[in-house]
Ligand binder design. Structure first.
Ligand SMILES: C[S@@+](CC[C@H](N)C(=O)[O-])C[C@H]1O[C@@H](n2cnc3c(N)ncnc32)[C@H](O)[C@@H]1O
Ligand code: SF4
Ligand code: SF4
Length: 306
């Protein structure tokens, strides 16, 4: 595992800290274009692969996203590998800006297509990039090609605060669950320690919180903000986005934003009231409950829909 002095790019932190329990501060959202990827990482939570599915962003997808967040929020692009269709991303940036979106456009990428990443960064001054920690450091994954790393490093030196590294944790959902089973708990704990070290270093976490989470066996759902998918669905979890279980279903694109947000609040309540207590009962990570035991859990425990 790399030590602090060897971390190549600063840890990405959300531009605005959000309340993970209620909807009051809905400061970011994910756009998902499918599992198609130019890599096939063993731990990949969305089962990214070269023959994965891909659908480009459309006006309908972007309008649905704009209906859910304020104009100064952060819109996060991921996949699969979003840079594969760089022209579609450039079009999406222009579309969002033309409609008055002034927040950050954040791209989660493996960094392999570095020239395209630079093109995206150059196209819009409020765009930033989060590189996959594992690929960046060759930890459990084939490392980023040296030429791509050199391109990104040079850009970062000339343009601070535009390129970051992702968190180092590995969550056991989907293919990630198989990976965790294969490498064993000690390795996962080591990666969580690296993840926490990075968060402590940037002030995103303190040592007491890190110790409390570890004492709880890391059995916490990160409660990420939801996803608008180019498959036409609103999905509650960016990690479980490939799951069609009804627990994650926030509805179809085209439904009113109010209803989608209401369902997401119900989902947050379900994590608190159903999912995490079940993880404690089973003594497993909640992502494993989402992978293997959802059929044993009721869907939402929240208020009925308006
Ligand atoms: C699914 S990837 C898609 C974007 C891009 N291909 C990449 O690798 O960054 C988005 C983020 O998910 C993270 N990720 C993938 N598998 C994970 C897992 N099992 N646990 C936690 N994060 C994971 C990656 O590190 C990356 O930051
Ligand atoms: S983690 Fe990213 S690069 Fe790796 S397979 Fe998944 S989507 Fe592709
Ligand atoms: S625990 Fe479930 S809802 Fe939370 S991140 Fe994992 S898969 Fe998603």
């Amino acid at each position: 595992m790399p030590q602090a002095s060897q971390w190549l790019f600063p840890l990405f932190s959300d531009h605005e800290n959000y309340d993970r329990v209620t909807m009051k501060q809905f400061s970011d959202l994910h756009l998902y274009t499918g599992s198609k990827c130019n890599r096939q990482c063993d731990f990949c939570i969305v089962s990214g692969r070269p023959d994965g599915w891909y659908k480009p962003l459309t006006a309908e997808t972007l309008d649905a996203a704009l209906g859910l967040v304020p104009m100064d929020a952060t819109i996060k692009f991921y996949g699969g590998e979003p840079t594969i269709d760089v022209e579609n991303m450039l079009w999406a940036f222009a579309y969002l800006r033309a409609r008055g979106f002034v927040g950050w456009l954040t791209i989660f990428t493996n960094g392999v297509l570095a020239d395209r990443i630079v093109r995206l960064l150059e196209a819009d001054a409020k765009t930033d990039v989060v590189l996959n920690y594992s690929i960046l450091h060759g930890e459990d994954a084939e490392p980023i090609p040296a030429k791509a790393l050199a391109t990104l490093t040079a850009y970062a030196v000339a343009n601070p605060d535009r390129i970051y590294s992702s968190h180092a944790g590995v969550f056991p959902f989907g293919r990630g669950a198989e990976f965790v089973a294969a490498v064993g708990q000690d390795h996962i704990v080591e990666r969580m320690h690296t993840s926490f070290d990075k968060k402590i270093e940037v002030g995103e976490m303190n040592i007491e919180t890190a110790n409390q989470i570890e004492a709880r066996g890391f059995r916490l759902c990160p409660r990420c903000r939801p996803v608008v998918g180019t498959d036409g669905r609103h999905h509650a979890c960016p990690f479980a986005v490939e799951s069609s279980a009804p627990h994650f279903d926030l509805g179809s694109i085209g439904e009113s934003s109010e209803i989608v947000l209401h369902r997401f609040q119900n989902f947050l309540d379900w994590i608190n009231d159903v999912l995490e207590p079940a993880a404690e009962r089973f003594q497993i990570h909640p992502c494993l409950v989402c992978t293997h035991k959802l059929s044993e859990l009721p869907i939402y425990n929240g208020a009925p829909e308006k």
